[in-house]
Design a binder for this molecule. Structure first.
Ligand code: FES
Length: 168
């Protein structure tokens, strides 16, 4: 009975060892570089928290539309996006509503339908909202307009993100 011998020569041993150690060291050097290169892709898109929009003294009891720009960073791509808000004073309170209709995303206008005065009107499918943004029952939108986070600083109104309301 012959026993098959698997012997590793000194040269082979040295080759395996150097390849293994070399590969390990190369991986150690490459990992931070790969991580650095991919880092922007792995990060979620960022946008400015609060943006200065208008002087508080310009805000009236009647909703007015104000446009503002926000900076966005998505991986390596930086961009500016224009947003709008319907803003008015309700007593001492400032209300800032998103103009995006909750039905299919058209833009709503204030007081633009002569048949329905003092309401937000969406021309796409005749959606209606009250001044406070609540959807009028019996019209296509099934939820109130989103409300912007806001803050007042140095006599200016700053707006953040528009969020759906918690109450129906
Ligand atoms: S998108 Fe506004 S009513 Fe349909």
């Amino acid at each position: 009975m012959s026993e098959k011998k698997h012997r590793v020569s000194r040269r082979q041993f040295l080759n395996y060892t150097l390849t293994g150690v070399g590969g390990f060291m190369a991986a150690g050097m490459m990992m931070p570089m790969v991580r650095f290169a991919l880092d922007p892709v792995l990060r979620p898109a960022e946008e400015q928290d609060l943006v200065q929009v208008v002087k508080v003294e310009e805000i009236t009891n009647e909703p007015q539309r104000f446009d503002f720009k926000i900076k966005q960073v998505d991986a390596w791509y930086e961009s500016e996006e224009t947003r709008s808000a319907w803003v008015y004073k309700d007593g001492e309170k400032i209300v800032a509503l998103s103009p995006i209709c909750k039905h299919l995303g058209c833009t709503v206008n204030w007081n633009s339908d002569p048949a329905n005065p003092n309401k937000f009107f969406c021309p796409c499918h005749y959606g209606l909202y009250e001044k406070n943004g609540k959807n009028v029952p019996g019209t296509p939108p099934l939820a109130p307009l989103d409300v912007y986070d806001h803050a007042v600083k140095d006599s200016y109104l700053f707006l953040g993100k528009a969020k759906p309301r918690k109450e129906a």
